[in-house]
Design a binder for this molecule. Structure first.
Ligand code: WT7
Length: 652
């Protein structure tokens, strides 16, 4: 076993199941065999610039680029000298082709209303709204803040910004006024776009009211556009606030896409650091657009006849890259759903899949765990036979949840792509390819072409095969972040300082003897028991493999002898009783699955775990609770404060 000094993490997970790509899927896939993947990966690794330079032909160029990559660590310029436009690549490029009258966005509202926008119709709306932006004084480089429900107008506004070279900053529609104002101020946003409100589990969310409060503290924002979505009462401030539909009535549908430099900023997306103020992750034009397109095609193997559904909110990077920019550039039909998965009941997602005959379904492990908890009866009611590919993103998926997804949702026939990436990476980095990679439940499998990972120990040297360590990326890639908005120093310090010459992503991982990668969780979340470093996901996966456990979170708490003791928080599946009996059983189960080292000292039962709004378990908060400490640091991204209060109350 590795010791503490080398920085390696003990690997305790044993997973021997292997699922080869179904022959029928592979036969039609873009990348249809392991050999084809290897060949592409090797080609890219040998000549990163040549590889991406060739791919870039797939974008429309107003002016050809002069140099594929200019790398002055940590600052990259991709396709310098060239000019393109993301909105052009998403829309205009399909006009005059058979895709012009194909559905671009299929939208389902929470109350059951629905809309379809073809590429041609979406193009028209985007052009009109781009003219609205211009009329409101928005120019190239200005920052536009979006705080909207999951409605087509959110995508329209993003594409309109891209069309004229404005930089969008989407803030997830569940954040507070304080969070909006912080982000507006950090980005010096000039215009705010919002809606009167949105629907969530049948209730009205008063978005404009929240924006009013935020704008009182956002001095740079001059004007505000308000979409009428739910028809609730709002106050409109004369001279500042304008109705979307009134502005659109007068807008011309003629608005050619502005030629944009390859490195012109496309958007800012804020992501919370573990402490301190949120970071505005900066993404730019050409490299991001190309990478979003190629990864959509490689990973989801989208076909022209597909209905593709990514369930993320557009307020997260997943929605930016894999609801809007990737799928539209690839000419796919992208489904967008406004509401909650359990409204009006727990069968909603499956009804949507049946209704639109969805072929590709991309969701998060936190959702899958909820589906499992709600019970198979919801799934069994609907016809899911249209599905041919499943995906996950956001966290590691416990192998037992993977198996459930494979069997119950995929009917045993759909490949699963477990995609590892980050807001910072802009697009998927490691994943199986559905027609080429035999999958192992719980592994994000292999790096995409052009992505060269390396796992290093605390001595900064590569660790031996099978050992855990820090995951780094050794070569720039087109969709990489270009910085933290207004803070180059923090960018350098956060991602490029600890391991010289490599991008440090902040996750631990290991690579097995077959070259498969296993993400082991955030570096900060590692447990250190008697000098052995354990990863959270492995202990959690062992617990989740017990039928009584719906969800589990493992953290370390201070211990006099061991350094840290293992504390776990467990939500129990509906037909099991929490209590002393189960506690004993779970300890035995972990001992059997992993070994004595990982047996939890504390097991706490809870109804819910604290999560970020994107569904990630906040282990940092649980660490404080396990140690009996007051919570310090940023809790603004916590989804539900009452969970935290409840956990404290439950302390034995
Ligand atoms: C962090 C990035 C990428 C879009 C959504 C999240 C974790 C993400 C996986 C996966 C294990 C994963 C990592 C990563 N993560 N996908 N497939 N397996 N962990 O974006 O909010 O920037 O979070 O999410 O810890 O660093 P994000």
């Amino acid at each position: 076993m590795a010791d503490e000094q080398s920085g390696q993490i003990v690997n305790v997970m044993k997973e021997s199941r292997l699922f080869p790509p179904p022959a029928e899927f592979a036969a039609k896939a873009r990348i249809g065999s392991a050999e084809a993947y290897e060949q592409l990966w090797n080609e890219a690794a040998k000549d990163i610039e040549g590889f991406w330079g060739k791919m870039a032909d797939e974008l429309h160029w107003f002016k050809p680029f002069e140099k594929v990559l200019q790398w002055d660590e940590p600052f990259a310029q991709w396709f310098a000298g060239g000019q393109t436009n993301v909105s052009y690549n998403c829309l205009d490029a399909h006009l005059g082709t058979p895709r012009a009258n194909k559905a671009a966005l299929v939208w389902e509202g929470e109350p059951g209303d629905s809309r379809v926008l073809t590429y041609q119709m979406l193009h028209r709306e985007v052009c009109k709204f781009a003219n609205v932006l211009k009329k409101l004084g928005i120019q190239k480089g200005d920052v536009v803040a979006l705080y909207m429900p999951m409605v087509p107008e959110l995508a329209i506004a993003m594409l309109a910004c891209a069309r004229i070279g404005a930089v969008h900053s989407v803030v997830f529609g569940g954040f507070s006024a304080e969070a909006i104002a912080d982000r507006n101020n950090d980005a010096s946003a000039k215009l705010q776009i919002t809606a009167d409100g949105g629907w969530r589990r049948g209730k009205q969310l008063p978005l404009k009211e929240t924006v009013d409060e935020a704008l009182a503290k956002s001095p740079t924002v001059e004007k505000c556009v308000v979409l009428n979505r739910i028809g609730c009462e709002v106050s409109m401030q004369e001279g500042r606030d304008f109705w979307w539909h009134e502005l659109m009535e007068e807008a011309s549908a003629d608005c050619p896409a502005e030629p944009m430099d390859s490195e012109a900023p496309l958007f800012i997306l804020y992501t919370s650091g573990s402490t301190g103020k949120p970071k505005g992750i900066k993404h730019t034009t050409a490299g991001y657009n190309l990478y979003a397109k190629k990864t959509t095609e490689w990973v989801f193997d989208v076909r022209d006849e597909d209905v593709y559904w990514c369930t993320a909110d557009i307020g997260w990077i997943t929605g930016h890259s894999y609801i809007v920019y990737g799928p539209l550039t690839a000419g796919v039909t992208s489904l967008m759903y406004e509401g909650a998965p359990n409204w009006p009941d727990e069968g909603r997602f499956w009804e949507i899949i049946e209704k639109y005959r969805v072929n590709i379904f991309y969701t998060a492990p936190t959702a899958i765990r909820a589906f499992i908890k709600w019970g198979d009866q919801w799934v069994e009611k609907c016809d899911l036979s249209s599905l041919r590919l499943l995906g996950t993103v956001g966290e590691g998926i416990n192998p037992e949840a993977w198996m459930w997804y494979h069997e119950k949702i995929g009917g045993g026939r759909c490949p699963i792509v477990d995609t590892w990436w980050q807001t910072e990476t802009g697009g998927i980095m490691m994943t199986p390819l559905p027609g080429a990679t035999a999958t192992k439940p719980g592994s994000c499998c292999k790096p995409l072409p052009g992505i060269i990972p390396e796992i290093v120990g605390e001595d900064r040297k590569p660790v031996p095969t099978g050992s855990g360590g820090w995951l780094t990326i050794t070569q720039p890639w087109p969709a990489m972040l270009r910085g933290i908005w207004g803070d180059d120093e923090r960018y350098q310090a956060q991602y490029w300082a600890d391991v010289p010459g490599k991008y440090l992503c902040g996750d631990n991982a290991r690579c097995d003897e077959d070259g498969y990668y296993w993400i082991m969780g955030r570096i900060d979340d590692v447990l250190n028991v008697s000098g052995h470093r354990l990863s959270t996901i492995e202990i959690e996966s062992a617990l989740v493999s017990h039928p009584a456990v719906a969800e589990a979170a493992a953290v370390g708490r201070p211990h006099d002898l061991k350094g840290e003791a293992v504390a776990v928080f467990v939500t129990v599946a509906s037909d099991f009783e929490p209590g002393e009996e189960l506690r004993k059983e779970l300890k035995l189960h972990v001992r059997k699955e992993i070994g004595a080292l990982a047996v939890p000292d504390d097991i706490r039962f809870t109804n819910a775990l604290p999560k970020t709004r994107s569904g990630k378990i906040m282990r940092r908060l649980l660490r404080d609770i396990a140690a009996g400490r007051q919570t310090v640091g940023d809790t603004t991204t916590l989804e539900d404060y009452s969970v935290l209060a409840k956990l404290r109350q439950d302390e034995d």
